[in-house]
Ligand binder design. Structure first.
Ligand code: PGA
Ligand code: ZN
Length: 432
């Protein structure tokens, strides 16, 4: 790896600093700025998860009474220490800078500097480089052929740890596959979202339309089938065909409802073999084409079993299973544990490691879905990343709440900039 040389580079870093901002749950997080000698200012904000994988990069937080322990003063002081090492480097040397962060941290999980600190800095470096070159981040990272607008997996019923209801499955998603553009896909999806709202009021009263952390409704339901039935009804009532215009998706986040060696779901206690059959039943009855974290993150064997049985029909995705880390993905590839991976920059803590993870996944024919976190912010960087990498799929919540619409609005903007060059991924990322 080499540092760019030459007399004047517009992307040479002149200043690095950060401040505390709030995420969508009111939790403090880090916003980093990277300025270059050409006078541009890159920035990045770290998001934060609730249903975290055990092996994720660690967020450094203050503890103590203030902010109920969630303050980020320590992380900000780490950022100041790192800044001294970054000034004078070239922001285009993303890999060099990210490896510098990794070595300054010196732990396997960013627990010294904080994955929150390194994530914000790493994104800010990429933006600083792209702005210095007069490029949009998606163009800088993806080259001038990047034109695939991802199909969104839109979580419009929230459960699990993202909602105050009794749904065990965390996310119930609609996937607008029949559209020519993200603009058309969002129109159809919003029509379904509004129709679902009406339907909920009719069936369960107005207390059922409060929303969860990712902007989906959080109605007082208790079973997976009730929620899937509502999605199917909302799609039909909005004038669309479930299975043709829209696929459905689930993120079970099953680590959250595993209890010793059993799974507690829909009022029943199932062993993992029974849970396999439970999912197979759902795939028979509903057009579910996406199934994320169907088992707890240590239950590799059942991932393998389910993927073997459904991989020609459905994407089986590892989120907590892999935590955007090539070390775990290597194991998944060897075992054929899934046919898709979720990608979250802050699970691993730098953009370079994230790019390596996506590269390993796609080289091994696994779909990669670029994802937000349940605690997110107005930073739309993942929209640029999804277009840059051309993976064709993004997961960024309901078409509601500013931190979610920030990503959709950025996709609309990218589609607008690309004009006739943009292509909407539609159903192409899914097995037929
Ligand atoms: P998290 O959940 O951001 O709360 O971890 C999102 C997901 O599980 O995909
Ligand atoms: Zn997940």
């Amino acid at each position: 790896m080499s540092v760019s040389t030459g007399s004047y580079s517009p992307s040479r870093i002149s200043d690095v600093y950060g401040l505390m901002v709030l995420d969508s749950r009111g939790t403090p997080t880090i916003k980093a700025y990277v300025e270059t000698v050409s006078g541009v200012r890159g920035w990045g904000i770290a998001p934060s998860g609730a249903s975290k994988g055990e092996h994720e990069a660690v967020e450094v937080r203050d503890g103590g009474k203030k902010w109920l322990g969630k303050g980020v003063e320590r992380a900000l002081s780490n950022l100041e220490d790192i800044a001294a090492h970054m000034i004078g480097l070239d922001a285009r040397d993303q890999a060099y800078i990210d490896h510098l962060l990794i070595s300054l941290d010196g732990t396997p999980n960013k627990s010294r500097l904080g994955g929150n600190t390194t994530t914000a800095l790493s994104i800010a470096v990429a933006r600083a480089a792209s702005y210095s070159l007069g490029l949009e981040p998606y163009e800088y990272l993806g080259g001038n052929r990047a034109n695939l607008i991802p199909t969104p997996l839109m979580n419009i019923i929230n459960g699990g740890v993202h909602a105050g209801n009794d749904l065990d499955i965390q996310e119930f998603m609609i996937i607008p596959v029949e559209a020519d553009s993200i603009k058309e896909a969002l129109r159809k999806a919003v029509e379904v979202y509004w129709t679902l709202k009406k339907l909920l009021v009719e069936k369960y009263g107005k207390n059922s339309i409060n929303v969860g952390d990712e902007g989906g409704f959080a109605p007082p339901l208790t079973s997976t089938r009730e929620a899937l039935d509502l999605l199917v009804e909302a799609i039909s009532r909005a004038g669309y065909d479930p299975g043709t215009d829209f696929y459905l998706g689930l993120d079970a986040a099953a680590s959250q409802f595993k209890d010793s060696d059993k799974y507690r779901i829909d009022g029943k206690v199932l062993d993992a073999d029974q849970l396999v059959e439970f999912y197979l039943g759902l795939l028979d009855e509903y057009p579910v084409k996406y199934l994320e974290d169907p088992f707890a993150e240590d239950d590799w064997h059942h991932f393998v079993e389910l993927t073997k049985r459904v991989s020609t029909k459905t994407l089986v995705t590892g989120d907590d299973l892999y935590v955007t880390n090539t070390k775990f993905l290597e194991k998944g590839i060897k075992l054929a544990a899934t046919n898709a991976v979720l990608v979250k920059i802050n699970q691993v803590g730098t953009l370079t490691e994230t790019l390596e993870f996506v590269d390993m996944a796609t080289r091994n024919c696994l779909r990669a879905i670029i994802s937000h976190r349940s605690g997110d912010t107005e930073d739309p960087f993942i929209a640029d990343l999804a277009v840059a990498l051309g993976t064709g799929l993004i997961k960024t919540g309901a078409p509601a709440r500013g931190e979610r619409t920030a990503k959709y609005n950025r996709l609309l903007e990218i589609e607008f900039i690309l004009a006739g060059q943009a292509r909407y991924a539609g159903r192409t990322p899914f097995p037929r």
